[in-house]
Design a protein around this ligand. Structure first.
Ligand code: IPE
Ligand code: IPE
Ligand code: MG
Length: 282
């Protein structure tokens, strides 16, 4: 199993006051003082544009992935500064297996190395690492590294960083439906009791709240199968910057936009006088 790697044990539960402070931004940008309850609890990140960033510089696509690593960890420092509690990072989708074997091999190794290299600083910051994704097909060495990180950081409470690797929203929903069907077949669940809450309890990380703010870099305006169920009422922010050029300042800008929006969840804005009801049409 783990071989000579770091032992898979949690550090003796570090207390929140022992967590290190977030590192300052390299360019000296201060975190805005957002009102605590206005900050999105859960931010989803589609870290897109690494290949284009590399192409613009005449580099290999894989150099773009390497350059994108610091973007994620700078965003995590910024998220900790403003009090975001959950960050879900889309690092490899169930559709990314369509890429060349060389790029896939690179990305698998890169994910292992990144988690291994970053685990200490994440642990010291009080970050809990979790893995969201499907087991089949994913390299066992990647799963092992993720499970070591999960175990090591399981008591941390400042922020949860969900690494979404071999993740797909539809796959997650199909897996939940399969598990639920099995529970019905075994008589553990009565189909009459199935509602949204029960269904959601079969998803990958049922205790994580829904996504409040969904950010995608690189100018593409689509979800690409990320957290479909959890983002039903997420506020979307599409930023043109390519992922390796993204940092916490882009997160702050997205949160600024987020705090100015009215989230209605299908209801009406309060204190807005409704128009007189129209007669029902036959
Ligand atoms: C996102 O960057 C990283 C992964 C999907 C792993 P891309 O590799 O998709 O970069 P572009 O979209 O080709 O520029
Ligand atoms: C989404 O980006 C997946 C990740 C960022 C891991 P893609 O580059 O794979 O998405 P598409 O192909 O542009 O929709
Ligand atoms: Mg892409």
């Amino acid at each position: 199993m783990g071989g000579s790697r770091r032992p898979a044990q949690a550090t003796a539960a570090r207390q929140p006051h022992e967590y290190r402070d977030p590192k300052p931004h390299a360019g000296g940008v201060q975190a805005p003082a957002f009102p605590k309850d206005a900050v999105p609890k859960h931010v989803a990140l589609v870290m897109d544009g690494n290949g284009r960033w590399a192409k613009e510089r005449g580099l290999a696509r894989t150099d773009g992935h390497t350059a994108g690593e610091s973007s994620l960890f700078d965003v995590v420092e910024g998220a900790a500064q403003i009090g975001v509690q959950y960050v879900s990072a889309y690092a490899f989708s169930t559709e990314n297996w369509k890429r060349s074997p060389e790029e896939i091999r690179f990305l698998m190794g890169f994910n292992i190395e990144t988690i291994h290299r970053r685990i200490d600083e994440m642990d010291e910051l009080g970050v809990r690492i979790r893995w969201c994704g499907r087991r089949p097909r994913l390299w066992k060495s990647v799963i092992r590294e993720l499970e070591i990180a999960e175990e090591r950081t399981k008591n941390n409470t400042r922020l949860t960083l969900a690494m979404c690797i071999n993740y797909g929203g539809r796959a997650e929903i199909v897996d939940a439906a399969t598990a639920l069907a099995e529970a019905v077949r075994e008589g553990r669940v009565d189909p009459k009791d199935i509602d949204e809450e029960l269904f959601a309890s079969y998803l990958d990380e049922p205790d994580m709240p829904d996504v409040d703010l969904f950010i995608r870099s690189s100018g593409e305006q689509r979800t690409s199968n990320f957290l479909l169920w959890q983002s039903a009422y997420a506020e979307m922010v599409f930023d043109d910057v390519l992922w390796p050029d993204f940092d916490r300042t882009h997160l702050f800008k997205a949160v600024e936009s987020y705090v100015s929006r009215d989230r209605r969840y299908g209801g009406a804005l309060p204190n807005v006088v409704s128009a007189a009801p129209r007669p029902e049409t036959p």
